[in-house]
Design a protein around this ligand. Structure first.
Ligand SMILES: Nc1ncnc2c1ncn2[C@@H]1O[C@H](COP(=O)(O)OP(=O)(O)OP(=O)(O)O)[C@@H](O)[C@H]1O
Length: 366
């Protein structure tokens, strides 16, 4: 059983505190994506689990065994952990087979069958076994790095932004191949990434790390729909904010109407949050609301439509995400309907007027 638990883990480089009382549970056989901006402490968290760094306080527990904690230290090579780095870290002078075999225990390094089995597991043909890493694409190199990490059959695999250097298409196919291989082996995995789409699509659980603190950890759909606060909401995708007032019966009133709230709503003034895809456009005169299209960002598969509700000082800017085939044009009048419940957070003075904010540290795929 290889679950992972971090209990109140604090880490620092000299006087620079990096992780602050981090608590995280990764259940056996599941994948957790730790999503955070640059410098948030993602790699440090992996280093603590792998045993490349000691926590200043707190405990790391792998498979029920404390591997780091007060008076306890299990060295990396005895933790049963595989590690895949951002750039793969393959040995350039060894063949693909040599690189993968390097991950096997000594007596088995000549077992070519196991190398072929691992190549197959990560979706690579047997022909690449004799090539050198520089004769492979970036995505193929990352698959070889994964095969090498899986070679000793680790119960836990740590992935440090392994897809970040790949272009969009290669990133998606390599990510899918990695997810399949991990599932086939039943290994528990922790992926760190700054890419929200990657975190949401790859993992069973997403943990948001900002400034060394885990802000929320939950299943992808749950965390996207029910972020604990406005910061997490923005961190994990496009979020539309409008000012509102809590009403009775679990609703809020705001420029978008009286809307049901998901979860608890604070009392009084609130910031109402919804996702751009919760705003659907209809022909002018047919929706719950009317708006003017100010700008359209067209992405092919979808489009973000910036809308102005009301006018003059009361104008409220919001953004809707619509499927890409026939988005409206700037200047069009459109109708709007709001789909599903919204979230309500305590109003913050630094969000005057609410409305769309573009400060998300992790841009969406669009
Ligand atoms: N060896 C080190 N010595 C001193 N400070 C370090 C060291 N490694 C990292 N840091 C600092 O610790 C903080 C967290 O670094 P870490 O690499 O864990 O962040 P990260 O979230 O993985 O960032 P990135 O996505 O940019 O790789 C950063 O401020 C970084 O500058």
């Amino acid at each position: 059983m290889t679950d992972v638990q971090l209990r109140a883990v604090t880490a620092a480089y000299g006087r620079h505190d990096v992780l602050d009382e981090v608590n995280l549970v990764v259940p056996e056989g599941t994948t957790t994506a730790v999503l955070g901006g640059s410098g948030s402490g993602k790699t440090t968290l992996l280093r603590i689990i792998a045993g490349f760094m000691q926590p200043r306080s707190g405990e790391a527990v792998i498979g029920g065994r404390t591997v780091a904690g007060p008076g306890v230290w299990v060295p990396p090579e005895r933790r049963g952990v595989g590690y895949v780095r951002q750039e793969g870290g393959l040995f350039p002078h060894l063949s693909v087979a040599g690189n993968i075999a390097f991950g096997l225990p000594w007596p088995r390094r000549r077992h070519h069958d196991r190398v072929l089995e691992l190549l197959d597991l990560v979706g690579l043909p047997a022909e690449v076994a004799d090539r050198r890493p520089d004769q492979l694409s970036g995505g193929q190199q990352q698959r070889v790095a994964l095969a090498r990490a899986l070679a000793p059959r680790p119960g836990l695999v740590l992935l440090d932004e392994p897809f970040s250097s790949l272009d969009t298409t290669l990133r998606a196919t390599t990510r899918d191949a990695t997810a399949l291989a991990l599932r086939a082996t039943g290994a528990t995995a922790v992926l760190v990434t700054h890419d929200q789409d990657e975190a949401l699509s790859f993992a069973d659980q997403v943990a948001i790390l900002t400034s060394g603190r885990i802000r929320q950890a939950a299943a992808p759909r749950a965390i996207y729909r029910d972020p604990v606060d406005a910061d997490v909401a923005q961190f994990l995708g496009d979020a539309v904010f409008v000012p509102g007032e809590a009403a009775t019966d679990g609703c809020v009133t705001c420029p978008l109407g009286t809307l049901p709230v998901r979860g608890q709503s604070p009392r009084g003034a609130v910031d109402v949050m919804l996702r751009p895809e919760q705003i659907t456009l209809t022909p002018a005169g047919t929706g719950q609301l009317e708006a003017t299209v100010r700008h359209v960002s067209f992405f092919g598969h979808d489009a973000l439509v910036e809308l102005a509700l009301g006018d003059g000082a009361a104008e409220q800017r919001i953004r809707a995400r619509v499927v890409g085939l026939q988005p409206p044009e700037a200047g069009d009048r459109v109708g709007l309907d709001i789909v599903g419940p919204v979230r309500a957070f305590p109003s913050r003075p630094d969000r005057p007027g609410g409305g769309q904010r573009d400060e998300s540290p992790v841009p969406s795929s669009a």
